[in-house]
Design a protein around this ligand. Structure first.
Ligand code: SF4
Length: 361
């Protein structure tokens, strides 16, 4: 996959307004929109810019905050759909998500809807999402979406307080007939700065567990943990895993025999390499968790910024520093550029969550 000339995905943070108050929220969302949010016309102009990447168009992920807080959301989605641009929606699960809304999303041709599930019980999930009753509503919403054959993906954010529940969340997801599980490894930005992160050993255990889980027929993708591809390569090539303390405990909770090859892709996207993010106010960034402003869609051309930014060019060329720069896995992995930035202020430095680089950089 070569993402030099166009990204695969354009994430558009349509608003920072949201009725939830998740402990790890990147956007530090509050209930009302912030001043400077793109207007309907400015949003349409942004969609035109996505179209000017040319066919096949990148997919737009309408995200937030909660995109359902925007009154013009379906006007914008319909505009993208009329241009033939694929889209996906990432709503917060609140009373704004109704069966009617799901039906509308499906009828407009959404490629998928992603729903967050951060715990296997209401105690964990509701305490992370900041509102009681969210767990029940989330399970209900997933069941409704699956019943109407709306392609549904579960997103789980991993942090110290929930990673030991991953086997139970996986069991729940399998029971709900979900085909894709996307796991977000914490990057300490926004409200996430006060959330406790995992150690590199714990991340290694989680990656090895997810590698095993990916052999049960569910597509597993990791966000801000490209080092899972290093783990997968080590497991595929050598059949070995690093014997991290908690891995065996997590793995022992997987039920049944693995049925398929691992669904972990050998190469994927990185912030700025296949992915670009546009914030609520038009700021263009390599990714949502990497708040380096490269331009603004109100005045700059998204295509031009994506293709010619010096930072994005260096990310795509794997021109990194420290151990990520010297690593034999940098082509397939590359490390989380967002985490490198959050720790060192330099998006090209090493990813400190990776056990491979830990203690050497
Ligand atoms: S050192 Fe960097 S490039 Fe190598 S596996 Fe770790 S995160 Fe990936």
């Amino acid at each position: 996959m070569n993402f030099e000339s166009k990204p695969l995905l354009v994430f558009w943070e349509t608003t920072r307004a949201c009725n939830l108050s998740c402990v790890h929220c990147r956007a530090s969302a509050i209930t009302e929109p912030l001043p400077g949010e793109l207007s309907t016309i400015e949003g349409m102009k942004l969609i035109d810019q996505v179209a000017s990447f040319g066919k096949p168009y990148p997919t737009i992920i309408f995200t937030g905050g909660d995109p359902l807080k925007r009154k013009d959301l379906f006007e914008l989605i319909s505009y993208a759909a009329r241009l033939g641009i694929g889209f996906a929606l990432s709503p917060a699960v609140t009373d704004l998500v109704t069966p009617e809304i799901l039906c509308k999303v499906k009828s407009l041709g959404a490629s998928s809807i992603s729903i967050s599930l951060d715990g296997a019980s209401h105690e964990t999930h509701d305490s992370i999402r900041g509102r009681e009753g969210t767990f029940e509503k989330t399970v209900e919403t997933i069941q409704t979406a699956v019943r109407m054959s709306l392609n549904s993906q579960i997103n789980t954010s991993i942090m110290k307080r929930n990673y030991q529940e991953l086997p139970q969340i996986f069991r729940l997801i399998r029971g709900l007939s979900i085909k894709t599980w996307e796991l977000f490894f914490l990057v300490r930005v926004g409200r996430g700065t006060s959330v406790q992160d995992l150690t590199p050993e714990e991340y290694e255990s989680v990656c090895n567990f997810l590698y095993d889980a990916s052999r049960y027929g569910i597509i597993i993708r990791c966000v801000e943990a490209p080092f899972i591809r290093r783990v997968a390569a080590e497991r595929n090539e050598r059949g070995s895993n690093r014997d991290c303390a908690e891995y065996q405990e997590l793995r022992a909770q997987l039920e049944g025999q693995p049925m398929t090859q691992s669904t972990i892709r050998p190469r994927g996207t990185l912030d700025g390499d296949g992915i670009v993010f546009v914030a609520y106010d038009g700021a263009i960034q390599p990714g949502g968790l990497l708040p380096v402003e490269l331009g603004n869609s109100k005045n700059d051309d998204l295509v031009e910024v994506y293709r010619s930014s010096e930072l994005l060019r260096r990310i795509r060329q794997r021109d990194f520093k420290g151990y990520c720069g010297a690593c034999e896995y940098k082509e397939v992995c590359g490390g989380s550029r967002a985490r490198a930035f959050s720790y060192s202020g330099d998006p090209l430095s090493s990813d400190p969550a990776c056990l491979w680089s830990f203690g050497r950089s």
